[in-house]
Write a protein that binds this ligand. Structure first.
Ligand code: ATP
Ligand code: MG
Length: 375
């Protein structure tokens, strides 16, 4: 698939933008704070329904304006699609905003938008993917799985709601506002949804693992073996069918009941999962050097790109925000090689000198300045 055009209205520092894109590579360069990341963020918002850099949708609306709009025209095997996201500031609470989505003019729920535009975003924050907290790795997996299968996105939404309701009930029980008997219903519902998510995570990680390992082997000149290990919170999955995982979750929640009520929080389930990255016999989060982490992160990102293309049969759009300057020449070359046959790429750089000649020769280059884009 490829992004044929993007239009923005009062999004971040863009008052109005109409941009047509080429199928190959496009480079956006310009000084700091001009709007390079904002543009990629708008594309990611259309693809993923939320911004990768903020949970607060209100921040996306241009200062002082009531609403923002992002429209993306996407050409894929299924034809041309128009995705639109509107973010409107709440008239009563200016720090809050609602998001509304349409696909070809028809209103959609957020999970139903997934898969219409698939992206792989790679930006400096991703360098924390190996060293940082589990939340980043869960998000990596959620994004990948939801883009492959919108049902997974729907299950994650459902799980998130159930979790919120169950946690609210735990707090109400702690404060004596609700009887403990009501908990079983929510435990069962949460366990069933959680098990569906965990079994899918396990299955997909097993498929992703050899791809990431192959990239890492190459980046480390055959010296290191990368392993991804799924650590589901509170259960053992192995080959267990979903019903068994669900039973394990229910049991674990019943065992932890007093603790859960005390904390007002659910103790087990996919919100606590981790994905461990191992290099040979050591966990990378704890022991990897800077260079090893960078290679491991790059391997994960290349695996994401490769796997997404393989299972969906279509190349996703690659969004590279300021990462070339973070990579040494060897890793840069590997990343560029992944661009050679295939995906459309939108690449930002503060300085064109950070980009290899081979990219610049075949890319369309735009200069970004104060929320405007110039040829
Ligand atoms: N809601 C908003 N309304 C108006 N301007 C905003 C809003 N949110 C962010 N900005 C501004 O957008 C500007 C550009 O941000 P962006 O992150 O795109 O910069 P950049 O070109 O990627 O810079 P860098 O090279 O430093 O990464 C910043 O000056 C920021 O203050
Ligand atoms: Mg930036």
């Amino acid at each position: 698939m490829f992004l044929a055009n993007v239009s923005l209205f009062d999004f971040r520092n863009y008052a109005e933008l109409e941009l047509a894109l080429e199928r190959s590579a496009t480079v956006f360069f310009g000084g700091n704070a001009q709007g390079k990341t904002n543009l990629l963020e708008a594309v990611a918002l259309s693809a993923l329904t939320h911004s990768p850099r903020t949970q607060q949708a209100a921040e996306l609306v241009r200062f002082g304006q009531p609403a923002a709009r992002v429209t993306c025209g996407v050409q894929s095997d299924a034809g041309l699609k128009e995705l639109e996201v509107r973010v409107s500031i709440s008239p009563t609470a200016p720090s809050r905003a609602s998001r509304r989505f349409t696909l070809n003019g028809i209103p959609k729920r957020s999970a139903d938008m997934m898969g219409s535009l698939r992206v792989v975003l790679f930006w400096p924050d991703d360098l924390q993917l190996v060293k940082g907290p589990g939340e980043g790795r869960r998000r990596f997996l959620n994004t990948l799985l939801s883009q492959i299968d919108p049902d997974h996105a729907r299950e994650l939404t459902r799980y998130g709601r159930l979790l919120e309701q169950r946690n609210a009930l735990l707090r109400a029980i702690r404060e004596g506002r609700q009887p403990v008997e009501g908990l079983d219903y929510w435990t069962d519902a949460l366990a069933e949804s959680g098990a569906a998510i965990m079994v899918e995570r396990q299955r997909r990680l097993l498929e992703l693992q050899p791809i990431a390992a192959a990239f890492h082997r190459e980046l480390s000149d055959d010296r290191e073996r990368l392993d991804l290990r799924y650590r589901p919170a509170g259960v053992r999955i192995g080959e267990a069918p979903q019903e068994l995982v669900s039973e394990q979750l229910k049991l674990a929640m019943r065992d932890a009941r007093d603790e859960e009520i005390g904390r007002g929080q659910t103790a087990v389930g996919p919100q606590r999962d981790d994905i461990e990255v191992w290099l040979d016999d050591h966990e990378a989060r704890l022991f990897a050097s800077q260079g090893q982490q960078r290679s491991a992160v790059l391997s994960l990102k290349l695996a994401e790109l490769h796997y997404l293309a393989e299972v969906t049969g279509e190349q996703p759009v690659l969004l590279l925000d300021d990462v070339m300057s973070e990579l040494d020449p060897a890793r840069r070359e590997r990343l560029l090689a992944a661009l050679q046959p295939g995906p459309q790429a939108l690449i930002t750089a503060a300085d064109l000198n950070d980009l290899p000649k081979s990219i610049l020769e075949r890319a369309t280059v735009f200069r970004v300045e104060q929320g405007a884009i110039h040829a």
